[in-house]
Ligand binder design. Structure first.
Ligand code: NAD
Length: 319
């Protein structure tokens, strides 16, 4: 018999955005004849970051952006380097490869990047808007808020997979869907769970300590997600949540972690954003759609965010 499921590569989803982005860059030619400039700061020796930087450069240059990797040998000078790029009018977007210090100082550095150049969408204002389901930065609803690029990439993948139902009104397109998100970091997992719940889904948010349920309540009565504790982490509870879900999204930063394939209901859509593969290969016998990695979509979202920032700035400064 024909195998029922399909593996979808991030590059396929990313390519889907190419045309839209190239067109926008082209329309900016009068003010940015050489293309917008993205600056990436690398202050660690992480080979994963190095690879990510190489991919970012490639994507940038294939779509009309300029990319400059700035290596900072001594991480204690990174803050100064960011401030200099904030002030430099020729720089349109800034990103930093984390972890740098691997502690709360990294969260401080995220806020040092100017909000107007924060292509990763890590500024506190953007997060607060996300959590509160606020889509605009101004009261006239002209300046669209930015979303953190990894959660946004997962949302765009879910749109591509048609998990978002376009027959439903925008903002409610996940109504009726149930999702598991294994990761509740402040960078990806918690904002992702909130985004999906704000769009109408029931989300089981899993971390090492416990499992929570994010929803907008019965009949989507709330305008933003509410959180309910379901109990401490246990394999039993995780299995129950998985068996109840249409979508499973993993982001466990460990090479050895694999979600047991037996937890997964037949026909589930499975998406992994961890740099390690959290699904065993046997997932292909259960998943309807399987997306093994998401990094290439994240990069495209960086560029999309950058264009939105430029657009916002031009609207603000009357161009
Ligand atoms: P993190 O260490 O900050 O968070 C890990 C989360 O996973 C925590 O909530 C933790 O409680 C949870 N967790 C860990 N082990 C678990 C287990 N056995 N069961 C349940 N939950 C568990 O990491 P992060 O910054 O969120 O990054 C996670 C992964 O995502 C990394 O591999 C990172 O490289 C990757 N990442 C990918 C992209 C992308 O674009 N694809 C972007 C950012 C991060």
């Amino acid at each position: 018999a024909l195998k029922p499921g399909s593996t979808i590569l991030a590059s396929t989803v990313a390519n889907n955005f190419g045309e839209e982005i190239i067109k926008k860059v082209d329309s900016l030619k009068s003010s940015l004849p050489n293309g917008p400039l993205l600056v990436g700061f690398l202050a660690n020796n992480d080979p994963a970051a190095e690879m990510y930087a190489t991919w970012t450069k490639k994507s940038c240059e294939s779509m009309g952006f300029r990319y400059e990797l700035r290596r900072v040998e001594d991480r204690d000078f990174l803050e100064e380097a960011i401030i200099e790029a904030n002030r430099d009018d020729s720089v349109n977007g800034i990103m930093v490869y984390y972890p740098v210090f691997g502690n709360a100082q990294d969260q401080y550095l995220q806020q040092v990047v100017s909000r107007e150049k924060d292509v990763e969408g890590l500024n506190h204002v953007y997060y607060q808007n996300l959590y509160h389901n606020i889509r605009f930065l101004d009261s006239n609803n002209e300046l669209k808020s930015i979303l953190p690029c990894t959660p946004l990439a997962v949302v765009k993948i879910m749109e591509y997979l048609k998990i978002y139902n376009t027959l439903l009104p925008e903002g409610n397109r996940l109504y009726g869907r149930k999702c598991v998100v294994i990761n509740r970091s402040e960078i990806v997992g918690r904002p992702l769970a909130a985004l999906l719940a704000n769009d109408g889904a029931t989300v089981y948010s899993v971390d090492v300590n416990n499992i929570q349920k994010f929803t907008r309540g019965e009949g989507l009565k709330f305008t933003k997600h509410h959180v309910e504790d379901l109990g401490p982490y246990s394999e039993d509870l995780l299995k129950k949540c998985c068996q109840d879900s249409d979508v499973i999204i993993t982001g466990v930063p460990s090479e050895s972690y694999k979600i047991p394939t037996e937890y997964i209901k037949d026909g589930t859509s499975c998406i992994n954003f961890s740099s390690f593969r959290n699904f065993d290969d046997s997932v292909k016998t259960k998943a309807s759609l399987y997306v093994p990695m998401t990094g290439k979509v994240t990069i495209v979202m960086l560029l999309r965010n950058m264009l939105r920032l430029i657009e916002n700035n031009q609207k603000l400064h009357g161009k």
